[in-house]
Design a protein around this ligand. Structure first.
Ligand code: SF4
Length: 345
């Protein structure tokens, strides 16, 4: 079988579930690891096909970049399941959960589903990205059934990956970590994806001290001013201070960057920083919103690498990207023409 991850991994963001974060299939969440969509997906894997929705992994592996599938191979928790129909007999061992959207930033490629701060600029999001988004609905739905999540993880989870929102701002993250058992404190690897905009007195640090294996995935989307523009209202100095603080509490820190039109020409600068700090840089493709993908950059800016194998210039999206950046510039008092020059060529 191409990938065993869907047999032990549970992705939940409260509203949705899917085989993993890199998979493009999305199902309504029922909090049931044997819900019919996940079982069908496993059955497909058991027949030996490579599901189309796994293309992110194929593309990365073909380009020699480590895929999500390969990152997770080392976990190997030996799930038990019915080989004829994909129904699980064991509970999930690894979890990717995003239970609320409380965040202190409103990144350019993000939106209200993942950041409460986007509420300030909701009119811009509705005009350019999704006119039907309902912020209030998103927020309320995702906080239901916290006890059920906790029960699934208690004395069982090998890896707990917490995303948001910003986990250092989210009460649900503290509640989950305080509610797990002594077994979890010793045996569960905690992986928190954070924007590093965090202060020493954040109460989550005290909770994390009780866990033996704490790791951070730090989101970075550019070097210095480019990061500040994209990850608004982050400032580079605060980011570096936060990074130093996280290093004191973590076993391992990695950088995570989403490659888009906003930062493609700045990738070498971030790679240099990562090399200087001896931190692994993990790159992901931006799919949504599509007008911010690399396809919105003019052909003369495109260099051949794994992110441009399927590059095709989209002039309509190039114009839309410019209108969107202008709207954000005006609202946030920024100057994308100066900071993200390549978007304006
Ligand atoms: S997208 Fe990758 S990691 Fe996810 S189920 Fe498919 S092959 Fe596995």
């Amino acid at each position: 079988m191409y990938c065993e991850l869907p047999f032990y991994h549970f992705y939940i963001d409260g509203n949705w579930t899917k085989p993993c974060c890199d998979n493009t299939e999305i199902y309504k969440s029922t909090l049931d690891f044997n819900n019919k969509n996940l079982v069908n997906f496993r059955r497909k894997m058991l027949t030996g096909v490579k599901p189309e929705s796994c293309s992110e992994c194929f593309l990365k592996e073909e380009s020699g970049v480590k895929s999500y599938r390969e990152y997770n191979k080392q976990i190997n928790p030996n799930p038990v399941y019915d080989h004829d129909n994909g129904v699980m007999k064991t509970k999930p061992f690894t979890f990717d959960i995003r239970l609320d959207n409380v965040c202190n930033m409103k990144c350019v490629m993000c939106g209200p589903h993942q950041s409460s701060k986007w509420l300030d600029d909701l009119d811009i999001y509705e005009e350019y990205v999704d006119p039907k988004v309902s912020y209030k609905q998103v927020k309320i739905d995702r906080l239901q059934n916290l006890d059920l999540f906790i029960d699934m993880m208690r004395d069982n989870a090998k890896l707990l990956s917490l995303l948001g929102g910003e986990p250092f701002q989210m009460k649900s993250v503290s509640t989950i970590l305080q509610s797990l058992s002594d077994w979890n404190r010793k045996n569960t690897k905690i992986l928190i994806t954070t924007n590093a905009n965090v202060k020493n007195n954040n109460p989550l640090f005290n909770i994390l001290k009780e866990y033996d294996d704490v790791n951070f995935m730090v989101s970075i989307d550019g070097f210095n001013k480019v990061n500040d523009y994209i990850r608004y209202p982050s400032t580079w100095n605060e980011f570096l201070l936060g990074l130093d603080l996280l290093k004191k509490h973590a076993k391992i820190i990695k950088f995570n960057l989403t490659v888009s039109a906003l930062n493609f020409p700045d990738l070498d600068n971030v790679q240099q920083l990562a090399d200087d700090m001896n931190i692994e840089l993990i790159l992901n493709y931006l799919h949504e919103p599509d007008f911010l993908s690399v396809n919105s950059l003019k052909p003369e800016l495109i260099t051949n690498n794994e992110f441009t194998k399927t590059y095709k210039f989209n002039s309509r999206n190039n114009m839309k990207m410019k209108r969107y950046l202008s709207a954000l510039d005006e609202r946030r008092n920024l100057d994308s023409q100066k900071i993200l020059k390549w978007c304006w060529i």
